[in-house]
Design a protein around this ligand. Structure first.
Ligand SMILES: Nc1ncnc2c1ncn2[C@@H]1O[C@H](COP(=O)(O)OP(=O)(O)OP(=O)(O)O)[C@@H](O)[C@H]1O
Ligand SMILES: [Mg+2]
Length: 288
């Protein structure tokens, strides 16, 4: 089922809406990223989206792990189309937005952005126009990126107004998180980043992990770390992934769900770092 979300749950046809500069309020565009792979980005993106939706925000998760579709698999969805079909298959953006559980929407990047360099200027402009329509329908767009420091990941992180860096207490995860923050600082991409510590044994371990990162970043970089919270090691996370049913829906009172609720509370209490409604255009030009 494909539809655009609204607080009142009614269908809205994007065709009926006239887009003007003033009507574009601009969602908070947040990249969820990490230095090391497998630290919980996809699972945090989805469950955070569900928690924000429960708080009555309109939320889309953009699967920016190009070609991997992990977000869809975790939700038990099999989107037929991705951004690639918008670029080359005459699909409209509303054809590829899939309604997930809990009122969230999923936009599948597929390999679309990798093909951006092959588009002429006209088609790029048309795409930016279509993507800007998303601004009218969502309060939050979460970009679930791949891990590591490469052109694709940095493209999404640079275009998004905010970035959440996910790290675990493992030293390799922390050094890789630092490396990513350093690149963002060197290229003047983000001078402030949100951090979530995942898979901590307890609150003390989460706090010590954050302090280690804050200490190193504070010593060598000018980046400010905004602590969003932590999620404990919790077996309900992998059980939920196996059942393709997000833990925030399957086990709302689990320790992991409480962690996600804390992160959502902190995020919504934080003033957006950058309110930039032009991030789609930036994204297209960075990939083009
Ligand atoms: N809080 C947690 N408690 C227990 N297990 C967890 C937790 N968070 C994540 N995991 C486990 O870690 C694995 C990787 O999670 P996920 O796929 O969300 O990571 P990722 O950062 O998106 O990975 P990739 O870099 O490959 O995209 C999951 O299979 C899940 O079982
Ligand atoms: Mg992932």
């Amino acid at each position: 089922m494909r539809l655009w979300p609204s607080r009142a749950n009614q269908r809205i046809s994007p065709k009926k809406i006239e887009i003007t500069e003033q009507s574009i309020a601009g969602p908070r565009a947040i990249a969820v990223s990490s230095g090391k792979g497998g630290v919980g980005k996809t699972s945090i993106s989805i469950n955070l989206a569900l928690c924000l939706a429960k708080m009555s925000y309109r939320v889309a998760v953009f699967d920016a792990d190009l070609g991997m579709a992990n977000a869809e698999v975790m939700l038990g969805l099999a989107p037929r189309y991705s951004l690639y079909d918008v670029l080359f298959g005459n699909k409209r953006l509303d054809d590829i937005i899939v309604q997930g559980p809990g009122g969230i929407s999923i936009i599948s990047g597929g390999s679309g952005f990798l093909e951006m360099a092959n588009l002429n200027q006209d088609r790029r402009q048309k795409l930016i126009g279509m993507l800007n329509m998303v601004n009218n329908y969502y309060d939050f767009v979460l970009f679930d990126t791949a891990a590591g420091i490469n052109k694709n990941v940095l493209g999404f992180v640079a275009a998004a107004g905010e970035v959440i860096i996910v790290a675990t207490p493992e030293p390799t995860s922390l050094t890789d998180a630092y490396a990513l923050i350093k690149v963002l600082s060197c290229f003047n991409v983000h001078s402030e980043v949100h951090v979530v510590i995942n898979r901590a044994a307890n609150e003390l371990e989460a706090r010590r992990t954050l302090e280690k990162l804050q200490f190193t970043v504070g010593r060598f970089l000018n980046t400010r770390i905004n602590n969003l919270g932590w999620i404990p090691e919790d077996k309900t996370v992998s059980q939920a992934i196996k059942k393709q049913n997000p833990f925030f829906l399957a086990e709302p009172s689990s320790a992991a769900s409480r962690g996600v609720a804390g992160i959502a509370g902190c995020l919504t209490n934080t003033t957006p770092l950058i309110q930039d409604k032009g991030f789609w255009g930036k994204l297209v030009s960075l990939f083009g």
